[in-house]
Ligand binder design. Structure first.
Ligand SMILES: [Ca+2]
Ligand SMILES: [Ca+2]
Length: 511
């Protein structure tokens, strides 16, 4: 019947339907256009006050950067246009940076807008801070229905290893801790310019997360992520012991008791330790040693300085209730990662070297503190052999009494999280070795870091250093920043990234 009707359609009607089909096709093409010609997904800004340089990083994923590209960048200072640059292509098919020489001082608001040649634009804004700080804005994430679009296929790993997204939308995810029952706790740290007040304790402060992978699919669905607390003052450090979660904010350490039973609605935490509140290097890292003590890194409140607070630039330890705090290691500028060798029970830690001595000096450090009371050099001695030039050449500072680094990680790589690999999924050659997350340089001309490094040990001594995972840095532009690692029970390894607010999972399969 239908077949017969179709056959009987007149030529006129047939022309009509052809026009209709043509119109429908045009409509479809027009509807499809926005998916082809999209505005840049992300723009982020970094201003280097010292060098008066604005770096504009744009993510604009295209198939052909010579025909579909960001053709213009506009820059406004305090609402007034100060710079316009036009381009006839973009350097890469995804993320790229342009640097502009620009005079700005503290308090100035810089805004950059990137325009797509076909359609749309994207803007980002920052407020210029003190000369010694570079302001970075994470920008707007390209997030659709909870699926973050990140080019993880760019990350290179040794053969047999795979990286995938484990959890997303964890705002500024930083340090991680795993409970014996497998709950993952995730601390966070806000970039300076997102703090609503100097102490960051407003309702718009930072969140603290817990993840329970209930369906064991090695991915955190939204229903498996708990916000344990909000409005905290940069809860960077997390540690777990005897059923309690310890959280180090800038200004205090708090403890959530019996937390596993009340992830959905935790009781009020108790404060176990008040801490001196300062922003510079004030992001706290904590962990429990094999001696049952809570260890805490107290970063130096300066780039380089002699400080009259003896706790400044140390690693301290205390009882789990906060009592009997004592200095464990001195001369530690800014450690944001430490761990104990499961074979010896001895402490190893990363340390971030001072700035403003140039691109290649000093090296960041991996250190070894087998006993209490050692001095690792800061502020008078850097990298084990460089007396500080700014603290007075007449003082004849020497490195003789200081403990040199166990391994030089390279200048400005910013080694943060540091973990012994304690699983058995990775091949034998990785077991008991040290993984280090390099957050990446913020003030080096040629960026460095933005990768996972591996330091190999032999007989309790560091003997080698290699790159384990890289690709977050592409053409001098970083699209991700590793912070901390955590080995899961199955031997896979999680890696947090505070630039993208995600956690990756690295696993190994020999077949
Ligand atoms: Ca899951
Ligand atoms: Ca040192």
């Amino acid at each position: 019947m239908l077949h017969k009707d179709k056959k009987s359609i007149s030529t006129k009607a047939s022309q009509f339907w052809t026009i209709k089909a043509f119109a429908a096709m045009m409509l479809l093409i027009m509807l499809a256009l926005p998916a082809v010609a999209h505005p840049p997904a992300q723009v982020s800004l970094a201003y280097d006050s010292q060098n008066q340089n604005l770096e504009v990083t744009t993510t604009h994923q295209v198939s052909d950067p010579t025909s579909h590209y960001v053709f213009k960048i506009d820059i406004l200072k305090n609402g007034v246009q100060v710079l316009t640059k036009e381009y006839t292509s973009q350097p890469t098919s995804s993320t790229f940076s342009y640097n502009y020489s620009l005079n700005a001082s503290k308090g100035d608001v810089l805004k950059a807008t990137a325009y797509c040649i076909i359609a749309g634009s994207k803007s980002a804004e920052i407020t210029v801070e003190d000369a010694k700080l570079v302001v970075q804005q994470a920008g707007v994430k390209n997030t659709t229905n909870g699926n973050t679009s990140l080019p993880i296929e760019l990350i290179k790993l040794p053969p047999g290893f795979k990286i995938e997204i484990y959890a997303e939308n964890l705002t500024y995810a930083r340090s991680m801790a795993l409970s014996p029952d497998g709950t993952l706790y995730v601390g966070t740290r806000r970039p300076f310019e997102t703090l609503d007040s100097p102490n960051g304790s407003s309702p718009n402060g930072s969140a603290l997360y817990a993840i329970v992978d209930k369906n064991n699919n090695n991915h955190a669905e939204a229903s498996e992520i708990y916000v344990i607390a909000q409005g905290l003052n940069n809860p960077n450090g997390v540690a777990f012991k005897d059923g309690s979660l310890y959280v180090a904010q800038i200004n205090r350490i708090i403890r959530f008791d019996d937390i596993e039973a009340q992830l959905a609605s935790p009781k009020e935490p108790v404060t176990i330790k008040e801490l001196p509140e300062y922003l510079m290097h004030g992001w706290r890292y904590i962990g429990f040693g094999p001696d049952g003590k809570l260890y805490l890194a107290m970063g130096a409140n300066c780039n380089v300085c002699q400080h009259n607070d003896e706790l400044n630039a140390t690693i301290v330890r205390m009882n789990p209730d906060g009592s009997d705090m004592e200095i464990f290691a001195k001369g530690v500028r800014n450690s944001v990662g430490f761990d104990w060798d499961p074979a010896t029970g001895e402490l190893w830690f990363t340390d971030n070297g001072r700035d403003l001595l140039g691109n290649d000096v000093p090296s960041d450090e991996l250190n070894h503190a087998p006993v209490q009371g050692l001095n690792f050099g800061f502020p008078t001695c850097h990298s084990g052999s460089i007396p500080d030039p700014d603290l007075g050449s007449d003082k004849n500072y020497t490195c003789n009494t200081m403990v040199p680094p166990s391994w030089m990680m390279g200048p400005h790589v910013a080694p943060l999280g540091m973990r012994f690999y304690t699983g058995t999924q990775f091949p034998e050659e990785y077991r008991g070795q040290i993984f280090i997350a390099e957050h990446g340089s913020w003030n080096r001309d040629a960026p460095i870091g933005y990768r996972l490094a591996l330091v190999r040990l032999q007989n309790n001594t560091a003997v080698g250093h290699e790159v384990f995972a890289e690709g977050w840095l592409q053409n001098k532009t970083a699209w991700g920043r590793p912070v901390d690692m955590q080995t899961l029970k199955d031997g896979s390894m999680l890696v947090s990234d505070d630039m993208n607010s995600v956690i990756y999972r690295i696993s190994y399969n020999s077949s």
